[in-house]
Design a protein around this ligand. Sequence first.
Ligand code: PLP
Length: 630
Amino acid sequence: MLPDPIYVTGTDTDVGKTVVSALLAQVLDRAYWKPVQAGRPTDRDTVAALTGVPTHPEALVLERPASPHAALQTEGRTLDLEALTLPAGPLIVEGAGGWMVPYSMTDDHVVWQADVVRHLRLPVIVVARSGLGTLNHTLSTLRAIRADGIVPVGLILVGPAHPENERDLPRLGGVPVLARLDRATLPDDAPKLAASLRQQLDQASPGPVRSPGREAEGLWHPFTQLKGFVPRGNVVRAEGAWLTLGNGRRVLDGISSWWVTLHGHSHPAVMAAIAEQAHTFDQVILADFAHGPAVELSAQLAQVLPGDVDHVFYSDDGSTSVEVALKMALQGHRQLGANRTRFVAFDGAYHGDTAGAMSVGERGPFTDAFEPMMFDVTHLPYDDADALDAWLDAHGHEVAGVILEPMVQGAAGMRFCSAEFLVRVRAACDRVGAWMITDEVFTGFGRTGRMWASDHANLVPDIMCLSKGLTGGSIAMGATACRTHIFEAFLDDDHARAFLHGHSYTGSPIACAASLASLALFETEGTLARVAAIEAAYTQASAPLRDLEGVENLRIRGDILAYEVKGGPGGYFDPVGRRICDRAFAEDLYVRPLGNTLYMVPPLCTTPAEIAWAVDILIRATRAELGRGA
Ligand code: PLP
């Protein structure tokens, strides 16, 4: 059974969309509605006369038989999308022309069919010709619909039987052919066509219904306003730097799926390690037992972490690695006899979404609702060592830890700081006896060009938070590593002085196995050299951005390229970045903005040629958006 209501679009004008809509209404016992009609007689009149199905009046009737946007322009009118509402009751909605026909166009705004479909939250079926030429038209239409983030439900073909096309279209287009109708004219053939359509629909199995916005009712996407939300597509594979969507389309994952993917998606060595461990044993409690993968990983991390940062506590993700660091610092100082209960953090910081991690993060729209569950933290300007010195000189004796994202604040909009700042933070912490906590959840494992961002300053932090790239980005795990003097503060005959913290999945053997495989790849694949190659490719490919009016603060560090686009309100809610990313996505580059900050952080297997290709897309998308008066 077809979903109700449903939107009928075509691969072109004249493919038989109105006939099919009328017959669908008749066979499925629904009313017919065409929101925008251009030209007379209206399709509504034709449908009513031919099939007698009930019809609803159009939202707009335009005199000129043209594309709706052109007919509207002739009459000096526009389409008010917000005012468009679905008539009640079972319904077939007929669309305009082919998919890429705009409904309305002004100097600074286009309302596409996709906007109408999204607004009305309708699933879509496509009417196409059955014979020669249909592959190109139908597959292009399906691709365009999916590029708009909408998953089509099926095809209805019109015209003589063409078994090859009927066989190949579902495979190539990823949607079922629900029915085929011989080209015919109504009303003479109406009874015959209706009977044929009814019979075919009874046997058809439409694709899973993905009404734009409806999936949101079940699946709650992170950091997403779900009202009217349509996902960019369904991922069915992920390999190397590329994601494959349900329709076979491949897009480059320009942000490493939120900065996690390190050597590439589904790296065979990492996947094999996961599979092997999964065949050996799964989760076991790490309170009373040890196991090989955790023992080995701790030893290997101790090898690659700086100085005596040798003691590793496992948790679930970046946020929990930060919670552990904060609790470790509070309890550690207390057990060393110091009354240090305050944390210093930096403006713009992001350390995760759990209560402690939020407390040390930047306060604002993301945290306002949660103030009651957060504790008081001193936030000082990032990259301003003088301010830190001055504050610590007065209050340093109260401070348990100074927490920061070394070299780059990711979520703040890829804000860079100097290595000198890190050196001064280290010195200030030493001076006042506070512990330096580096949150390397984003920057760790080579992202900034060195194994650890703190390596840029050649220093040894007291506590380090790791996650994201730890498992190569394959599976969740957090780790908090500390220096020996902190670890020893927890050694005691008294059980109450142990670090009384843990998670059900602490030390997941499968995640440890993945991490070991990922660490090994640094050697075998020359991962840090790959980052250097990406950095060089960025420098070359991004040259045109340097002189682009409206672009500022282009910066590159390791795998990170970022810049701001001026002209809008700025900040996280500036829509300009989103619009640029939409344009880039249409060209198969997936990036996600941080407001008006555009950035790339692709998997480290991305080749220099792919970087050049992706940066070029980003430049053209930015230029196009700026040209439109961003
Ligand atoms: N710390 C930093 C620096 C981060 O960038 C993030 C996430 O982006 C986190 C902590 C939180 O990590 P997770 O999302 O795994 O909880």
